[in-house]
Design a protein around this ligand. Structure first.
Ligand code: PMP
Length: 430
């Protein structure tokens, strides 16, 4: 069983200088009963090595971006080569053009694109652009979907589809929350009620086309088409938040899977190959609202920086090789099947949602198609499961809602080893 002595010591040091000891609250172990989070020393391929010398099979993949595994040689080479030529110019570069072309080739709805530095910025800006285009203020979003930490999207559901939201974070003014309506995912009736109630006040509908933030949840047949049709009939735009989903399930965006195209798309994570990045884009007539052509302002000292461009291009070059997503599908299915067999053999109340190389285990007997069902997944059982895994060599996110992400570097042996560890946890800890 692993010993985490050095991680615990470093957390005490961290708390003296970094608020809460972590630079993002999702890294703390608060949701699994507290304690010191693991401190990692190095990572390679699908593995992590912590400061106590323990090795882990990693399914966190840094919350999604690391789809080609850690320290991928092709990305490492692209970054080091670029850093020898300068890491930040504050001018235009050929790399930006090359990368934008590559993105548009994979996602044709990106008639024009802009690079920013995070998913938060990308989503925040699409909302501003939609407001500028429609001259309307309100947005509709879906319960349990996370869209970054800008004010407008840190708003929880009101008590019904025609109710305005309340701030989900201290420091978000009530006036901001008044512009947000939150409705359940996969529930077209509630969506319709909300849009009919607020009609020509709705600038945009913001949606994760395949949810990644209360586990992996696919849209039900016809849901996204109905969202598009109803929004467009109402003169509202549709924004897809593809920060998790772009290049996660296929070489391109979730639109290839769901068969519906939005007006604007926000991206991040994978497209930076592990470096800080965000991007947004879409229809030319809408994007023309952005400065310097239009009056909607968005800027960034680091936007389109050469390191992220080089890493992003290298990452997409790895992902566009034939068979990459087939292999993620094969290993994902193997992991899902193995887990389901263990769930059955050990009589665990649990079920799995999976798409290609991403899956979530919910400790509930109910199928999960919307947030309330995900919320009913048993947090105490998850906490025991999580702690059992990190004592034995598997690293996942300390959250019952988060997905396990496979990388191109995981092997059959990693899946076999993972199933052995999970079996030991089911047998001895749950
Ligand atoms: N949108 C979605 C769907 C996300 O999952 C996230 C991050 N988990 C964000 C936006 C925010 O991205 P970032 O953390 O890069 O700001």
């Amino acid at each position: 069983m692993y010993n985490h002595t050095n991680s615990k010591k470093l957390q005490i040091d961290a708390e003296e200088v970094i608020l809460g000891g972590v630079n993002s609250p999702s890294r703390s172990y608060k949701a699994v009963g507290g304690g010191a989070p693991l401190v990692m020393e190095r990572a390679e391929g699908p593995y992590f090595y912590d400061v106590d010398g323990n090795k882990y099979i990693d399914y966190l993949a840094a919350y999604g971006p690391i789809i080609t595994g850690h320290a991928h040689p092709r990305i490492h080479e692209a970054i080091t080569e670029q850093s020898s030529k300068g890491i930040l110019y504050g001018t235009s570069t050929q790399l930006e053009i090359d990368f934008a072309r590559k993105l548009r080739k994979a996602i044709p709805s990106l008639e024009r694109v802009r690079f920013v530095n995070s998913g938060t910025e990308a989503v925040m800006t699409t909302i501003r652009v939609a407001r500028a285009y429609t001259n309307r203020n309100k947005i509709i979003k879906f319960e349990g979907c996370y869209h970054g930490h800008s004010d407008l999207v840190l708003v929880a559901a009101g008590s019904g589809p025609s109710q305005l939201g309340t701030p989900d974070s201290a420091g978000v003014p009530a006036g901001v929350a008044e512009d947000v309506i939150t409705v359940p995912f996969n529930n077209i009736d509630d969506f319709k009620t909300a849009i009919e109630h607020f009609k020509d006040e709705i600038a945009a509908v913001l949606v994760e086309p395949i949810v990644g933030n209360f586990g992996i949840v696919e849209p039900e047949e016809g849901f996204l088409q109905a969202v598009n049709d109803i929004a467009h009939d109402n003169g509202s735009l549709v924004i897809y938040d593809e920060v998790i989903t772009a290049f996660r399930f296929t070489y391109g965006s979730a639109t290839d899977i769901v068969g519906v195209t939005p007006d604007l798309t926000a991206m991040g994570k994978i497209i930076g190959g592990g470096t800080p990045i965000g991007a947004y884009g879409g229809r030319l007539d809408i994007m023309e609202k952005v400065a310097p052509l239009g009056a909607a302002y968005q800027a960034g000292t680091m936007a389109g920086n050469p390191l992220s461009m080089a890493a992003g291009i290298a990452c997409l070059e790895v992902l566009e090789q034939p068979g990459v997503y087939d292999e993620l599908e094969r290993l994902g299915a193997k992991l899902e099947d193995g887990l389901n067999e263990l769930i059955k053999n050990y009589n665990i109340t649990a079920q799995i949602n999976r798409l290609v190389g991403a899956l979530t285990i919910y400790f509930t007997d109910e199928k999960v198609t919307e947030y309330n069902q995900a919320e009913r997944s048993d947090g105490e059982v998850f906490a025991k499961f999580f702690r059992g895994l990190i004592k034995r060599g598997i690293n996942i996110a300390p959250s019952k809602y988060e997905a396990w992400f496979l990388t191109t570097e995981h092997t059959d042996k990693d899946i076999d080893d993972t199933l052995d560890i999970v079996e030991d946890v089911f047998k001895n800890e749950l």
